[in-house]
Ligand binder design. Structure first.
Ligand SMILES: [Zn+2]
Length: 316
């Protein structure tokens, strides 16, 4: 029987082999990722020493205050100046982590990616079932007539971007401080986690809401953590690897795709998988790796629950 000591003294190669075996024995994997997934694409995180919150914003306001709903409403010019320069990375490309997750989905094993990042790199890489908890800089809409705009429209605008149809402010579809997560996204994330047979957590130190609470919806302890720094779940996880998320995933997910026939027999469309997951969620047992065993995954998040922010969890 594996002990905690084994987990920490195991060589990197041994852990990689163990992760390969865990993936091989799983058919419903969920990946939960934070800022550490995107830093390898050159996108800075928020809270580290070089993070966005510790950079000189060039403003008289703290960066952490600028990404709040109140600031956005009261100081839209300053908000967009900061937003365009510090939160949008249009030239960023998917890295080894994003690409390995695409391969894992094509093998029929990865059923959902739950990300706290707003850069849209998972979709750019080709992942089809990505739950963007904090929204995406690539999605923008007029606050008055709801017309949608792309990222270039925001970046090409001078000052506050205005709707070409009605003149309303075009805002990014990202969750700022004091705003709420999309209830459907939260629901989908909870159900995906509840139904998975392996959860891989990468690029987040799990120190803040909401990622930290999501492990409560697991029905088992098959959790793998891949993060450069330690997390509070390290000792509870089945496997913990303190390393680059891109290097590890690139190593453990083979590049040679299986035959189409094999994929077809394993894989249903992401839409079907999600529908099936929802249908089965209530029947699943509730044997969480945390103490919150009785929590229901089908509970909708109400508007009166704790606000979230664009950056929560992105602190590696
Ligand atoms: Zn409009």
């Amino acid at each position: 029987m594996e002990t905690r000591l084994d987990r920490y003294e195991g060589a990197r190669e041994g852990k990689i082999e163990q992760l390969k075996e865990l993936i091989a024995s799983s058919e419903n994997i969920v990946f939960l990722g934070g800022a550490g997934v995107s830093t390898e694409s050159g996108i800075p995180d928020f809270r580290s020493g070089e993070g966005i919150f510790n950079q000189d914003s060039g403003l008289k306001y703290r960066p952490i205050d600028v990404v709040s709903h109140t600031f956005f409403i009261e100081h839209p010019e300053e908000f967009y100046d900061f937003y365009k320069h510090k939160l949008c990375y249009p030239k960023a490309k998917p890295n080894k982590a994003h690409k390995a997750l695409v391969r894992l989905e094509k093998q029929g094993k990865l059923k959902a990616i739950i990300t706290q990042n707003v850069d849209g790199l998972h979709q750019m890489a080709g992942s089809t079932n990505t739950i963007e908890l904090h929204g995406s800089v690539k999605c923008n809409y007029c606050m008055d007539c709801k017309t949608r705009y792309d990222l270039n429209f925001i970046l090409d605008s001078v000052g506050v971007p205005r709707c070409t149809k009605c003149g309303g402010i075009v805002r990014p579809d990202v969750v700022l401080y004091e705003e709420y997560l999309d209830a459907n996204n939260e629901e989908d994330a909870k159900i995906a986690i509840h139904m998975c047979d392996l959860m891989i957590i990468g690029g987040t130190s799990l120190t803040v809401y909401p990622a930290a609470k999501y492990v409560e919806y697991l029905t088992h302890n098959r959790v793998v953590i891949i993060n450069k720094s330690s997390t509070y779940l390290d000792l509870q996880a089945l496997l913990c690897i303190h390393d680059s998320i891109g290097d590890i995933l690139d190593t453990v997910v083979p590049k040679r795709a299986r035959s189409k026939k094999a994929n077809d027999s394993k894989e249903s469309s992401s839409k079907d998988a999600r529908a099936k997951t929802k249908a089965n969620s209530k029947a699943a047992s509730s044997n969480s790796m945390t103490s919150s065993k009785s929590k229901s995954v089908s509970k909708k998040k109400g508007k009166n629950e704790k606000p979230n922010s664009i950056e929560e969890g992105n602190n590696d």
